[in-house]
Design a protein around this ligand. Sequence first.
Ligand SMILES: [Mg+2]
Length: 319
Amino acid sequence: MAYGDALGKPTEFLTVEAIVARYGPGGPRDLEGDPALVTDDTQMTLAVGAALLDAAEPTPAALEPLLRERFVAWAHSPDNDRAPGMTCLRACGGLDRGLPWVEATVAGSKGCGANMRVAPAGLVPGYDLDTLAGVAQLQAAMTHGHPTALAASELTAYAVRLLRDGAVLAALPAELRERCRSQRTTYRGDWLGTLWQQPGVATPADFISRGWDECADVLDRLDLALTRPDDGGDPCAATGAGWVAEEALATGLLCAIRHAGEPVTALARAATTSGDSDSIACLAGAFIGAERGMAAWPAPWLDRIEYAGQLARLGRAWD
Ligand SMILES: [Mg+2]
């Protein structure tokens, strides 16, 4: 996912036309610089990963302070100069002041910032599916309180988990759709507390079902897009620009599934997008990496990527 982040970093705020003018029609296919810099997506993924690694047990009580500590440290880091998301900065400000997370979070935000950092939750061995769901949703909820941010983050972590356990990319849309159906009214109160109590929301199930329904809708768009071959155009035209969580998931999946046999092409296509290119390419990379492991990627990238040591530490911990 860091490789996707690095390829998408220079293209995030460019149009497809400008990306093609700079890199050719194939898009960016090689890391730039040594180290090849990543964005807040990888920085926050490392924060989540470190918290999960440090937690003595995967419970809300154990994880919340560790996530808080790592998020606040990220917010204060001098390296936090990679066009970070406003939602994360705002929520981290509240977390830093000691507010309960349900007050610090940006309740109405479903920006993709909680989704692009959740992949490590899908790699931790030993989580049962309820724990996986709780961890994925809590790490999202601490900054992005919208139900769609929670559901999309769970789907991303679930997808990584399925792929790590041997599923193939092409099987994911059906599996994720079934997850939307089975989880539609499941509010994880032990992890989320009173988050559901928002204006206009009648019950916890009412709250969370809005998120699962939006994810199911974007999976419909993904299914439709996958019936057609890649036309070489902007993947965001089919499944969304990815600034919001469910679209980042769908467009990342679209690029990964269409080009599952050509990992670098999948990242290049994900980076050649009009929308949130680094986050879309992050997710595409996370899915392909979970399916195929490090052998998917050009070997010279291993030492060139920024934070190579910290990334390798997480990889080794959960291999
Ligand atoms: Mg970013």
